[in-house]
Design a protein. Structure first.
Lengths: 416, 461
């Protein structure tokens, strides 16, 4: 072929075209860059939390062999209920026994760095298995938070040296700490656990679900199926849309001014927290519910009416069952948001230090996000890892809930 | 009386009524097989069940709120309460201690004065619990008997039940209005009390913020309640720094996802962005405080900034911007998708490249929607609490330097309400005034944004 060009393809044109294509490529790269940046931030965030958090599920423990055949501790106490049994073992001098064997095995200096509550863990193991009292057992007991800091390469030089010596002898190591999932808050990072906060979260979420789900679904049904087009309906719709966008802290102020005024004795109770979060979650459920109801085709309604169903029968026998998967998806997403919510719960006093898991809906409690907030404020370096571990637990729960929502959406999604 | 027991009792009695009424309705038909029932037996059953359960539950709600006050009054009227201190904090402590012991929440009293009150408390609680149960049983019986006696073959039970159901539906949707009213009333009420102590003009236009919760609540110093530094900090962090991050990144990722990305990539990236939106704010706050803020300080120091703050506005703003990216992105996504494809096709047919089409046709056409999305994003950013509580400072500072410590409205609300101050102190009440301002501003932003979106949608329909 000859290199005959079209008359418009002048060199100037060629140059401009090249520039335009270059700018096209730049623009595309910018778009990709924005996405890559967002993904990198997400990965970095999750990565730091995971790396820090893995250490939070472990704790520094000292190996202490105890020969119970030589000490006269009686096992009678074990039949009692747990608190009394531990007290009875303590009265028999279990703490001294533990300290004595720790000193014998590790040396005086290291034994002083045993956690002050280490003997309670020995007591618990004895209660779980009485045969321990008839032989020699090696216990993994928590080190003091100073020694733990030394082991992590922080803290005072003496502790770092002591930790180095002990870990070389193989008696100090970081072990997985199952107690982290079963204990409640404490002042010492070696002794903290998240069960207290988790239980508080679960109780709070139950209250939220019990209030927000029925009210939200019923309101969505009313607005979508029955509401006459008039000013009242407009007011309801506007207030629901506005509530969905009101900052969460405002709901906290409402809870503080109204709920705590009605129930002054229930400060920081899951009941009040759940009621506050329910007001926040309800609009989300209403909006999701209306969309799900809207998606039910009119032919179903016409069919039901044609065979003589009343409007209420039509909605409760036909529309609601068909819209339910969509409503449930919206509800789970709303609940996931409520589970991660912190600010309104701070307002109604759920930030108190609570060392025992809540017993019911009216006992003082804290929730997982607030626990994370409280630990992040602690000065003790040992709390950093614990905080990240708590964050991992929270994120796992959120992932589970969102995964369930996506599963429901994919499984029940219908195109009519 | 525990509300749970009452609730279960109501359910059980309603079930009994349900079964009895259905049996009765069937008996009409058995007695006279030719009878034409006005409603199916199930509706008769529901009619009676509702008449049993609803009065009981309504009474239960009222009683749960009322009973503690009645118990308190009974205890205060008892002779044991005569030697209580007259008013104030100590009296409340003693009362609540005695109440806790009497209800079994704690095992022993700390104040010896409280010991004498435990018995009166326990007595009063038992008495009112029994009164509550008795009254609710009477109500259930009356409601059940009355409705049961009305059952007849030609009784229109379905209409009645459906009317009740409709009323319940209406009430459920009124909860939203009640909540809005509750928010406005509680904020306005406390704000008026605050403005009774501090001049609104001093509050809205004063340049110095530093309430002292420990000072005397009478005659507060109005020069310490100037909220302008808080407003500035909020705008600077939420509307300027965060938006500088969120708008370009959110808009560009929306454009890439809608215009360039292959469907397979879209399938993965969209959920990932949703994860970014679903991370709780307390986690972002921790991330900002632990990772971002110290590195920003170190970088600033490396470049010779003198004494940068470790609680800089920049750290909080950047992380908040990242949090907002998915929000801006999904709003932009929606408004770009709403532009008619004829406009896009026309531009491409004229020989424009894809990026030229996007920049010169799609984005300008979608601009109202994008602007509305940004307004919604701003309203979310200025109401965001945990990131700034954890990463920003509590010291008010009127400055345009992003490396300096700044505080925001939400930080101060948290600080004022979680401190030790009493509820009547202007410092505590100022939190409600700040909340009111925040509420009004977010409301206005949302209102305008929704209007813009609506008008914009109509323009292309």
């Amino acid at each position: 072929m000859t290199d005959r060009t079209l008359p418009t393809r002048t060199p100037v044109f060629e140059k401009r075209l090249k520039q335009r294509y270059a700018s096209e490529r730049r623009f595309k790269a910018l778009g990709l860059g924005a996405i890559v940046f967002s993904m990198l931030v997400l990965l970095f965030l999750l990565g730091t939390m995971t790396i820090n958090g893995i250490g939070g599920f472990q704790r520094a423990e000292l190996e202490v062999p105890i020969d119970f055949t030589e000490v006269g501790i009686s096992g009678d106490a074990i039949q009692m209920e747990q608190g009394a049994a531990i007290q009875s073992l303590g009265a028999q001098g279990l703490q001294t026994v533990v300290e004595f064997y720790a000193a014998a095995a590790l040396g005086e200096e290291a034994a002083a760095q045993l956690d002050a509550n280490a003997w309670r863990e020995v007591a618990r193991e004895i209660i779980a298995d009485e045969s321990i009292l008839r032989g020699t057992t090696t216990f993994e007991l928590p080190a003091s938070s100073d020694l733990a800091a030394g082991y992590a390469g922080e803290g005072s030089p003496e502790m770092r040296q002591l930790a180095g010596e002990l870990s070389e002898r193989g008696v100090l190591a970081k072990n997985f700490d199952p107690g982290f999932l079963t204990r409640a808050d404490a002042t010492n990072p070696q002794q903290v656990g998240i069960w207290g906060a988790l239980k508080g979260s679960i109780l709070t979420m139950l209250v939220t679900l019990a209030l927000a789900f029925p009210i939200g679904v019923l309101a969505a049904l009313y607005l979508e199926e029955y509401a006459p087009r008039n000013r009242w309906t407009d007011v309801i719709e506007v207030s629901i849309n506005n509530l969905a966008a009101v900052p969460s802290i405002i709901f906290g102020l409402l809870g503080l001014a109204v709920f705590l005024w009605i129930f002054p004795n229930l400060r920081s109770a899951p009941l009040i927290g759940g009621m506050t979060l329910a007001l926040m979650t309800m609009p989300v459920i209403v909006i999701a519910g209306r969309n799900a109801i809207k998606a039910v085709p009119p032919s179903i309604r016409d069919g039901a009416l044609a065979i003589g169903a009343s409007p209420v029968q039509l909605v409760f026998h036909h529309v609601l069952p068909l819209a339910l998967p969509g409503i449930l998806t919206g509800t789970i997403i709303g609940m996931a948001r409520a589970l991660g919510e912190t600010a309104p719960l701070l307002m109604i006093g759920m930030r108190a230090f609570i060392a025992t898991p809540p017993e019911g809906f009216t006992s003082p409690a804290t929730v997982l996000p607030v626990q994370i907030f409280l630990w992040s404020d602690e000065v003790n370096r040992g709390f950093i890892e614990r905080t990240s571990a708590a964050i991992i637990v929270l994120l796992l729960f959120l992932l589970l809930m969102n995964g369930l929502a996506i599963y429901l959406r994919n499984k029940f999604e219908k195109s009519w | 009386m525990s509300p749970a027991i009452l609730f279960l009792l109501a359910l059980g009695l309603a079930l009994a009524g349900w079964l009895a009424a259905r049996a009765r309705a069937w008996s009409f038909r058995r007695a006279d097989p030719g009878v034409r029932m006005a409603a199916r037996p199930t509706y008769h059953a529901w009619y009676v069940a509702l008449w049993i359960a609803l009065p009981m539950l309504l009474f239960g709600v009222v009683w749960t709120i009322l009973a503690p006050n009645l118990v308190n009054q009974a205890v205060l009227a008892s002779p044991a309460a005569a030697d209580l201190p007259a008013f104030g904090f100590q009296r409340d402590t003693i009362l609540s201690e005695a109440r806790n012991v009497a209800s079994g929440a704690s095992s022993a009293v700390f104040n010896p004065e409280a010991q004498a009150l435990v018995e009166p408390f326990r007595e009063a609680m038992t008495r009112y619990a029994w009164i509550g149960i008795a009254v609710s049983l009477v109500l259930a019986f009356l409601g059940g008997a009355w409705s049961f006696l009305r059952l007849k073959p030609d009784f229109r039970a379905r209409t009645r039940v459906e009317r009740t159901v409709m009323t319940i539906l209406l009430l459920a949707s009124l909860v939203a209005i009640l909540t809005t009213i509750g928010i406005v009333v509680s904020l306005v009420f406390e704000t008026i009390r605050f403005f009774g102590m501090v001049n609104p003009l001093d509050f809205l236009f004063g340049l110095h913020w530093g309430p002292d919760p420990m000072s005397s609540p009478d005659n507060p110093d109005p020069t310490r309640y100037g909220a302008v530094p808080l407003f500035w900090g909020t705008i600077f962090i939420g509307a300027i720094i965060a938006m500088i991050v969120a708008i370009p990144l959110g808009l560009m990722s929306a454009i890439y996802l809608t215009q360039y990305a292959a469907p397979s990539m879209r399938r993965w990236v969209k959920p990932a962005l949703e994860i970014l939106a679903g991370v709780p704010t307390v986690v972002y706050g921790y991330f900002a405080a632990l990772t971002i803020a110290p590195s920003i300080r170190d970088i600033a120091q490396f470049f010779g900034a003198s004494n940068p703050s470790s609680e800089s506005a920049l750290a909080a703003g950047l992380v908040m911007g990242v949090m907002i990216i998915p929000f801006v992105s999904s709003m932009a996504d929606d408004s770009i998708a709403a532009v008619p494809s004829a406009m896009r096709d026309g531009s491409l047919a004229m020989g424009a490249t894809k990026s030229e089409t996007i920049r010169k046709v799609l984005v300008p056409a979608a601009l109202p929607g994008i602007v509305a999305g940004v307004m919604l994003a701003v309203s979310r950013a200025i109401g965001e609490t945990m990131i700034v509580v954890m990463a920003a400072s509590t010291a008010a500072n009127l400055s345009a330097n992003p490396l300096e410590a700044m505080t925001t409205v939400t930080v101060q609300i948290v600080a004022m309400l979680t401190g030790e101050g009493s509820f009547d102190h202007p410092a505590t009440l100022s939190a409600f005034a700040l909340g009111f301002v925040l509420f009004m501003v977010t409301l206005a932003l949302n209102f305008i944004a929704l209007r813009v979106v609506k008008r914009f949608r109509e323009a292309y329909d």
